[in-house]
Ligand binder design. Sequence first.
Ligand SMILES: O=C(O)CCC(=O)C(=O)O
Ligand SMILES: [Fe+2]
Length: 388
Amino acid sequence: MGKWRSGLIFHLGNPTRLLRSPSHLRFSRSPPPSINSIFSFKSFFSSKKTTMGERSSGGRFPARRGQARTGSRWVPVGNSSIGQENGGSVLTGVGERNKSPQSVTMPQQRRVSPERKVGDIESVSDLRPFNICRSGGVGRGILKSSLLELNREKRKELERSTNVPQCQNLLSGMVLLKKYLSHEDQVKIVQTCQKLGVGVGGFYRPSYRDGAKLHLQMMCLGKNWDPEAKYVESRPTDGAKPPEIPEEFRKLVKGAIQASHDFLLHQNKDINELPKMSPDICIVNFYNENGRLGLHQDRDESPESLAKGLPVVSFSVGNSTEFLYGLGRDVDKADKILLESGDVLIFGGKSRMIFHGVSTIQANTAPKRLIDETNLRPGRLNLTFRQH
Ligand SMILES: O=C(O)CCC(=O)C(=O)O
Ligand SMILES: [Fe+2]
């Protein structure tokens, strides 16, 4: 670890978590915003000392101003200050998961107990549908690529597949499957996420906020995750149970684990380095082109799941990203790989607690055909599957 791996290799991509520690700030291309500007929306968690070691929830559930979602409709709620800036907040976001235990005293905020009632939405900071496709979303605005473009894309895909390794065993228990997801799989993933987010209810979560701009949307499938409650059965924002993980997604996860085992066997490695798992949680993140996620560990799953090293399986779709991973939080010592659309990264076994993060999203790198067929907005979609 600690050294860059050479260029052409793989890519993985992922969501962006909070940028609070100096190492997180190092990801920024422009000067990072102050904590107040990052978290200037009203959070539904209390102030109190928030440890960097938590994924804090502060902007995880941004609400439409003055509106809340009940059932399938957005309705006005009494407290018009929802979503407005209050000069400070919680912070955090995925990137903030499990940071070091330094404490930061956050400005006074209102806490909402985990027992809050359905519809108790005035406590939510900002809540919007998860919307990753350009106007029209699923089923509209599909453009047909010209034959010439399709051939060019196919040629590029072929070049990539002959030039780069298809699989890589990065560390014990950590495998990268290059281009594992087919074009059709990726289209399905985008369309399904869009449908679930808009139709069933997803949430816009700023884990990183640059002035008024939000760079990360998130929704959960299976169970809801938030930094304080960790995993819960229903969304605190509207009391609804998150949608189940679609069967097609589960099949893709199963296939990816099997492909990793086949690869390990082929390399004369022990497949027990990478245990099997059956996902009951999926965190779906969409990074826009300014999105990033600080180095963190995923450790909110059950102690049994972590002890067994049940893997996190991560799908990347859309723009490529520079993905960092390492044994600690030090960005300078982290290894770096490129995650491209269709790549699957798996980390379990001895690598289950690896620190990882997303430093940059590379603009205009998503396959054109995917954008044409899905209307995916510029950015990167990442799905991480876990077993609680
Ligand atoms: O976007 C990615 O590749 C990583 C996402 C991630 O680490 C997470 O959701 O915990
Ligand atoms: Fe993570």
